[in-house]
Ligand binder design. Structure first.
Ligand code: HEM
Length: 469
């Protein structure tokens, strides 16, 4: 084989390619560079750092080999780590607290193609009633908007995701559908995430960021204090709720015989909120956008809900009988992965695809926004929204590592079955009760990027369906 240097756009001294990345539209910048440079390119960043962007299925497949590449939290994750330490999402390889938390929580979250195959004391199925409670609050709010008021879909799906997570993980009600002001914890989390996103690209001396830093550490304190209060309250008044907090309090790690420490429980309570809210709400927002732009798929969802559920109340058994909705969510996660990029580091000097040299510890990124469109896997219609290709049968036959919206290997998403159950339920309930239309039929997808991506300014309207409650 011929060794081929990885191409790199021409950059500037010291700051490298930093000016070529739009801080509020990174996905677009990376995509445009992929148009120009193909399946792999390297960006040079300030401070002598670099990152290798991988845009094809065959390269992603290599990055998923955990013997060759490991997840090291850097960039934004290193900033989030200031708040949640060695919690699951931000742990470094080999940290003990990650192992303990992972093994304590994993029985609840057996990752599986079939989201509802769950064992262990803490089944996601057991959380159905509370998920239903919050979803019903959303449906009621949609009904009260009336048929002509635009629904800010992403905002309301974020309320749904946050309230569901807080209720199912720690028995805490944010009541976001009832209050205009956000709960102080949500506000602190929002600020903390935005600031974490900005910190890696600072260019001025630290003096200039003193006020930002003060706020950042205050927000972390609000987050940690709130989680600590919830933890103390539960210890004082134990109950037998089957939620994540009780699982973490009572779980014993089979390998070390240890319990999770209080500080690790707090890290992970906050982590669930951070990792689970924008991702789930983004998925629902994009799903509605795609369905409204593809009326034939919309009709199929409607038909499935009417045939499988009809007019009665939705039960947990219904959720595994909605293959088309499941496929819609998978296809949405392919085209619009809320986490459109995540990183691993090379464990040694090595070649990608047998020809592109990367060096030990160099960060490499799985750029899903492109790899999920690789025609070698998805064909010429890779850019089209076609849920049919994600029905169980074709889905189970996809090439290895072709669909990676939930991450990889040991560091894959622990919340996947939770997110899928919540999203399927929300879609089923909304389709059962409403006909949706785009508020502005000419709206075309615009993307807002923070940690994750979401549709920007996406408004729809919901008209209550005749004869339904
Ligand atoms: C990890 C995606 C929902 C908790 C991840 C990763 C991805 C991801 C891509 C790996 C990140 C990386 O490698 O750096 C998603 C998507 C979701 C979703 C697309 C919704 C559709 C949730 C929910 C929760 C959650 C609801 C909490 C209940 C976590 C945690 C990790 C994680 C704790 C870190 C796991 C570890 O490293 O041990 N998720 N997630 N996620 N997610 Fe999710």
């Amino acid at each position: 084989t011929t060794i081929t240097p990885i191409p790199s756009p021409p950059g500037l001294p010291i700051i490298g390619n930093a000016t070529q990345i739009d801080p509020v539209a990174q996905r677009r910048s990376f995509s445009e560079l992929a148009d120009k440079y193909g399946e792999v390119y390297r960006l040079h960043l300030p401070g002598g750092r670099s990152i290798v962007l991988c845009n094809s299925h065959r390269l992603i497949d290599e990055l998923c080999d955990e013997k060759r590449f490991v997840k090291i939290p850097n960039g934004v994750l290193a900033e989030i780590r200031n708040g949640v330490h060695d919690g699951l999402f931000t742990a470094k390889p080999g940290e003990e607290a990650w192992g303990i938390a992972h093994r304590v929580l994993m029985p609840a979250y057996v990752p599986s193609h079939s989201y509802n195959v769950l064992f262990g004391p803490l089944s996601i199925r057991g959380m159905f009633e509370e998920m239903h409670d919050v979803a019903a609050q959303m449906a009621l709010k949609f009904a009260r908007y009336g048929p002509s008021t635009p629904i800010p879909a992403s905002d309301d799906f974020t309320r749904l995701a946050l309230d569901t997570l807080a209720l199912c993980s720690m028995g805490f009600r944010f009541n976001s559908f009832y209050t205009k002001e956000m709960h102080p914890m949500i506000e602190a989390m929002g600020n903390f995430l935005v600031e974490s996103g900005k910190r890696p690209s600072r260019v001025l001396p630290s003096f200039f960021y003193r006020a930002d830093d003060t706020k950042y550490w205050q927000d972390i304190e609000v987050l940690r204090n709130t989680a600590q209060e919830v933890l103390e309250a539960r210890k004082k008044h134990p109950d037998d709720r089957k939620d994540l907090l009780n699982a973490m309090l009572s779980g014993v790690d089979q390998k070390t015989g240890k319990h999770m420490s209080d500080s690790s429980i707090i890290d992970n309570l906050i982590t669930f909120l951070i990792a689970g809210h924008e991702t789930t709400s983004g998925t629902l927002s994009f799903a509605f956008y795609r369905l409204l732009k593809n009326p034939d798929t919309y009709q199929k969802v409607q038909k499935e809900v009417d045939e499988v559920i009809g007019k009665g109340s939705i039960t947990v058994e219904h959720l595994s009988k909605l293959p088309y909705i499941t496929a819609v969510l998978r296809e949405t996660l392919r085209l619009d992965s809320p986490i459109s990029i995540y990183g691993v580091s090379s464990v040694e000097d090595q070649l990608l695809a047998g020809r592109y040299p990367v060096s030990k510890d160099e960060p490499c990124a799985l750029f899903l926004a492109r790899a999920h469109l690789d025609p070698a896997v998805w064909g010429d219609d890779a850019n089209d929204f076609k849920p049919e290709r994600m029905l169980d049968e074709p889905f189970s036959k996809l090439p290895k590592n072709a669909w990676k919206p939930f991450g990889n290997g040991a560091r894959a998403c622990i919340g996947r079955p939770f997110a899928m159950q919540e999203a399927i339920l929300a879609m089923a309930m909304l389709f059962q009760n409403f006909n949706f239309v785009l508020h502005d039929p000419s709206y075309n997808l615009a993307i807002k990027q923070t940690l994750t991506i979401k549709p920007d300014n996406f408004l729809m309207r919901g008209i209550i369906r005749d004869g339904l409650s």
